[in-house]
Design a protein around this ligand. Structure first.
Ligand SMILES: Nc1ncnc2c1ncn2[C@@H]1O[C@H](COP(=O)(O)OP(=O)(O)OP(=O)(O)O)[C@@H](O)[C@H]1O
Ligand SMILES: [Mg+2]
Length: 289
């Protein structure tokens, strides 16, 4: 878990070693790596219905520590619902959910507070504090850390802002920013918490294709720099191709595909093929702004 020493070390490492700031190395330096579960997230036969509407049906998949899993599928198939189960905002009707080797299925709200310190979620809206500036929003998770010096916080906020290309707007309020910028700030704030894992829900929707490609690049940059376990929910195949180590494809509540990206891309399954073809009609504007 994050502590002040971890943060100082992260900032120092960023000063000297570029982007590899917070890194897995700082976290594993204590030598506990060998005791950690290889699978960071696991769904075992998870089912969830709302009244008589079955949304998830025996959903099984796992995400290895340090990997990025992309959950894809048509609108309403249960992608966001899956993320909400991990965060403890929803409870499964049956099946088990594991986070960092722990069975969290029957966790209390209090126990989930601990899970939410390890795993942060970046919401579509950004969910920023409207009355705080961008800098204050990013600093927010750091200020709760006892013993952290102001200069450490400032240094880290500056580094994250640069990485996410929001350093020009540090003094603005979220209401003054575009959707894409707000999302970038939300990502910076999520990383300031130094979580073990991050969940992104539709990071490229509601922005134009150029901004969507840019958001994808930012997430890729964070992936390369921090090596955090992540789940990215999207129907954007361009984004998925950029980020995915593995893919979960949901169809009518079931896992129609779970495996490496390359296998997904080469799958001959007509439904998957059709999905990829339709999405490919939307242009990939793979430009770095
Ligand atoms: N709190 C809720 N109460 C009742 N039904 C819900 C609730 N949350 C989600 N659902 C239903 O569960 C289904 C899956 O919702 P979910 O939000 O996971 O879809 P999604 O795959 O994320 O879709 P999109 O791509 O549009 O975001 C939908 O039919 C939705 O109406
Ligand atoms: Mg959704």
């Amino acid at each position: 878990m994050t502590d002040a020493k971890d943060i100082s070390r992260g900032v120092a490492a960023m000063e000297t070693g570029g982007a590899r700031g917070w890194p897995a190395d700082a976290k594993t330096a204590g030598g506990h790596a060998e005791q950690r579960a290889e699978k960071f997230f696991e769904f075992r036969d998870v089912s969830k219905a709302f009244d008589d509407h079955a949304v998830l049906k025996d959903v099984t998949f796992s995400v290895k520590r340090g990997e990025t899993c992309v959950i894809m599928g048509r609108s309403g198939v249960g992608k966001s619902v899956s993320l909400k189960h991990i965060m403890g905002f929803m409870k499964a009707d049956s099946g088990r959910i594991f986070v960092d080797g722990e069975d969290v299925t029957d966790f209390s709200e209090q126990q989930f507070e601990e899970v939410r310190r390890k795993v942060t979620m970046v919401f579509q809206s950004g969910a920023l504090f409207d009355s705080l500036t961008v800098a204050e929003n990013i600093a927010f998770p750091l200020e709760k850390q006892p013993g952290l010096e102001d200069q450490d916080i400032d240094a880290y906020v500056t580094k994250l802002a640069k990485m996410l290309e929001v350093e020009e707007v540090l003094d603005k309020l979220p209401g003054e920013l575009s959707t894409g910028m707000r999302r970038a700030v939300a990502m910076a704030r999520a990383f300031a918490q130094n979580p073990d894992a991050i969940l992104f829900d539709e990071p490229t929707t509601m922005v134009d294709p150029i901004m969507a490609a840019h958001m994808g690049d930012l997430i890729l940059r964070l992936k390369d720099a921090f090596h955090r376990t992540s789940i990215v929910v999207t129907h954007d195949t361009h984004l998925a191709k950029k980020l995915a180590d593995t893919v979960v494809f949901l169809q009518e509540g079931r896992v129609a595909f779970f495996g490496p990206w390359d296998d997904f891309e080469n799958s001959k399954d007509p439904f998957l093929h059709n999905f990829r073809m339709q999405d490919a009609l939307i242009p990939a504007l793979d430009v770095t702004l």
